[in-house]
Every structure is written in C-alpha cells, then in structure tokens.
Design a protein around this ligand. Structure first.
Ligand SMILES: Cc1cc2nc3c(=O)[nH]c(=O)nc-3n(C[C@H](O)[C@H](O)[C@H](O)COP(=O)(O)OP(=O)(O)OC[C@H]3O[C@@H](n4cnc5c(N)ncnc54)[C@H](O)[C@@H]3O)c2cc1C
Length: 422
C-alpha cells in the first residue's frame, strides 16, 4: 500500500494503530474531506491476526453491509463443561478472515485520499508550544504539556513522533486530534493520562472504584491459538469449553470454511505456573479424547496475545486526545470479544471528530466519550462484575454452578438485578 503521509500537513486526525478500531475509524472518516493519517507499526496491518475472528452478525450494519472478509456463518454456540455439552443457544455471527476485513478498510481509506503509514512505531506526543502556534504568551510560561487550571488543551496542535522502520528515521506529524487505537497497553492512553493527571480527582476516583479481584486497571488474560486445517464437519456452531485448569478463562473452536481456530485464554498466573503452550496442549488432548478434533490436523498458523479484562477505561477523551477499541478497555471482560466494540467505538468517534473539526471546537469530543460509555456501560459492567465472581470462585467446589453464573450462554448470567457500574 502507498505511503501518502505529507510531513508539512497539519492533519485533522492522526490515528495510531490499524487494527479493527483504527482501520474502522479511518474508513468511517474517509470521504468526509478531513485530512486523516493512519499509523501502524506492523509491516502488514493485522498480520499475524491475534484473534479467533468471531463477530456478531450486526457488525456489517456499521459498514452499510459492505465489508470484505466474511469467511463463515455461525448460527449456534455450544458450551461444554469438563467435556460434556451443557447447552446450545442460538447465536448469529460470522467468522471473519480478519486481516482481509482490515485490509479492505485501509484500502478504502487510501482510495479516498487518506494517508497511511505502515512499519511506523508511534513513540511520543507533545503539544506544540504557543510560540510554535503563533500565540503570544508571557515569557517563561511552559505550555509544552497543556494541563492548565481547566485541564483543557482545547484546539492546541499535537506533534507526534513516529519511528519509520522503512526509512530508519523519526518522522514528526502534526495533528489537531490524536486517537489511540493501539490496543492493549495503549501508549496513547498512557501519554494522554500523563498529560492530564495532576489534580484530576475524577480520574483517581474511578481508578479506586476497580472491584476487588481484578488487580489493576491493566488486567488481561493471555491467549494462545492455532489455526488448523479442518477435518470434521462442525456445522455452523461455535464451541466453548470450560475446564478447571483453564483458569478464569475458556477454550474455543470456531469453524471457518476450510480451517478451524482452536485456542484458549487464561489467567496470567496460570501461564506463569503451568506455561501457556503446555496448558494449550493439555486442552488439545482433551479435545481429541472427546472426539472433537482428530489431533493430526495440519497447522496453518499459531499466535498468542492479550485480551484486556478490566473494563472501560476511566476516561476515553481528554481535550483533543481520545482512545477507542482495546486501548479504551472495550474488550468484554468475560468473553474477551472486542471486534464489534472496537468498530462501534470507531463509528461514534468518527461522528464527533467530524463535528469537532467542522466547528473548530475540540471540546465536542467529550460527547464521544460519553456516548461510548453509555453504549457499553451496562454490558461491560455486567461482564466485569461477573469476572470478579469468576476469579473469586474459581478454586471453589462447584465449578458447574460458577460457569453457569458467569458465562453468557446461561440464563443466570443475564438474571436481572442491579449491575454495579464500574
Ligand atoms: C487470541 C485472541 C482471540 C480473540 N478472539 C476474539 C474473537 O473471536 N472475537 C472478538 O470479537 N474479539 C476477539 N479478541 C479480541 C479482539 O481481537 C480485540 O478486541 C480487537 O483486536 C481490538 O481491536 P483494536 O483495533 O482495538 O486493537 P488491536 O487489534 O490490538 O489493534 C491495535 C493495532 O495498533 C498497532 N499498534 C500498537 N502500538 C502501536 C504503536 N506504538 N505505533 C503504531 N501502531 C501500534 C498494533 O500493531 C495493532 O495493529 C481476541 C483477542 C485475542 C488476543
């Protein structure tokens, strides 16, 4: 793909990360007349794919049904506890070829004159000084970081630095709005918080509100997955597996047309104790024992990765910097699903970025943060509360009951009752 980044341009929006969130945002902004640059550290975006690729059917509506990369339909979800089928529910979805889906979004962005820089690692951001922006200030006043009494850096230009692996040099890019779509452990999120953390009580309050059991704002589960050639007919059923040794997580088998994604996601403590691969091979042996797979399927690829489980970040927008997708903690703390959430957050962000640029008022972005929060608060708070129950109860006696209380295919998960907002 062509590198269209122009060094002297002031972009309306710079998006860090061309995963589902960032590539979707670039796609939704394309054709709007805004100057948008999408920056990705990988050589080829979304390769390798760190994802089991299951998405709800509704995802296509976000793109007016025009997406590429749908590989297979899913109609049902089967849940197995200790190898026994516990229930089957209707569940409409797709298994994507996610790299094709992401590639399609980036190509559309470029086709409509968007700039794309790959092999480019986002390093840092700073606000341009008043002097650089042609604004006169009292001598000695340092406005490199924007934090002032109101906590606002309204309409100040941001300079980001990016290391280009192709050119072996640091490129500086100027932008009016910076969006972190850079996934788990987002650097943009860290920089955004460091700019605005002083005297900010609301940030501290929500940090302290993290429920006991999920240790930190950056809690995650660790995943390992193989893509194997398919030897059996799995119909259009996604399969989920719970075993006590898959600590605070689960295993899956998602059928594509010619292959299967088989993987697991577990607590990092178990990874330290038993090893990720060892746990995976134990799980695979159990699938063979239960005649789910043959065990001699040819391996196409193998990946490992992290899924954030601590729920929505306390603040998604600060002045003209925002975070979306996994960077904003939008991955579901129980299922680990985050593709749809990434796409929805990108859609909402795109609407407010257009408004902020057309009115020249970056404060409008705060509304995007509120809308994303409103959209996800109930479902992700429920999942986060269930995760606390799951983590506290995992080593208890009644494994079946615990899974039935905390997994989405069982009625208990959805039982009414007050959902504690996180
Ligand atoms: C093994 C596994 C299986 C999963 N299965 C599913 C599933 O079946 N269904 C589902 O819905 N979700 C699943 N998830 C979660 C889903 O993959 C994520 O929620 C989703 O990828 C989030 O998209 P994102 O764009 O926010 O982040 P990411 O996909 O992580 O994309 C972030 C992008 O930013 C880039 N980047 C990071 N740092 C920088 C930097 N400094 N400079 C430039 N670029 C940078 C990365 O290279 C990456 O391309 C799974 C996760 C894992 C780990």
């Amino acid at each position: 793909m062509k590198n269209l980044c122009r060094k002297n341009t002031i972009y309306d929006a710079a998006i860090i990360g061309a995963g589902p969130a960032g590539a979707s945002l670039a796609y939704f902004l394309s054709g709007s007349g805004l100057k948008v640059v999408l920056i990705e550290k990988k050589k080829v975006a979304d390769i390798p794919v760190r994802c089991a690729e299951l998405v709800p059917r509704a995802i296509t509506q976000l793109y007016n049904d025009k997406i590429s990369g749908i590989n297979n339909e899913i109609n049902n979800m089967e849940t197995y506890i200790r190898g026994e089928l516990a229930n089957t529910i209707k569940s409409d979805g797709f298994i994507l070829d996610r790299s094709i889906f992401v590639d399609f979004l980036i190509r559309e962005h470029i086709r409509k004159n968007g700039a794309y820089v790959n092999s480019a690692n986002f390093l840092n951001a700073e606000y341009l000084s008043c002097q650089d922006q042609g604004i006169r200030t009292r001598p000695g006043r340092n406005l490199k970081n924007p934090y002032d009494k109101t906590g606002s850096a309204k309409n100040k230009t941001i300079k980001i630095s990016v290391y280009s692996d192709k050119n072996k040099e640091v490129i500086n890019i100027k932008t009016k709005i910076l969006v972190g779509a850079d996934g788990t452990n987002s650097k943009v999120s860290r920089i955004m918080n460091s700019f605005f953390s002083e005297n900010n009580d609301s940030y501290k309050k929500s940090y302290n509100a993290i429920p006991k059991g999920i240790q930190s704002d950056n809690a995650y589960i660790v995943a390992f997955q193989e893509n194997l050639m398919r030897k059996k007919d799995y119909g259009n059923n996604a399969k989920i597996f719970f075993y006590p040794y898959l600590t605070c997580g689960y295993g899956w088998l998602f059928p594509k047309k010619e292959s299967i994604n088989v993987g697991l996601a577990i607590n990092p403590e178990t990874v330290k104790r038993n090893g990720l691969k060892n746990t995976y091979f134990r799980f695979k042996n159990d699938l063979v024992k239960n005649d789910i797979i043959n065990g001699d399927e040819k391996q196409n690829s193998v990946v490992s990765g992290l899924a954030p489980v601590s729920g929505i970040s306390s603040e998604l927008v600060k002045s003209n910097i925002m975070i979306i997708g996994d960077a904003a903690g939008l991955c579901n703390p129980i299922t680990g699903a985050g593709n749809f959430n990434a796409a929805v957050s990108a859609k909402i962000a795109s609407e407010y970025i257009k408004k902020a640029i057309s009115t020249g008022d970056s404060d409008i972005l705060k509304e995007a943060g509120k809308e994303i929060n409103n959209f996800f608060n109930i479902s992700l708070s429920r999942a986060k509360n269930k995760r606390v129950i799951l983590e506290e109860g995992w080593s208890g006696d009644n494994f079946e009951d615990l899974i039935k209380k905390t997994w989405i295919s069982f009625k208990d998960y959805w039982q009414r009752g007050k959902v504690k907002s996180c």
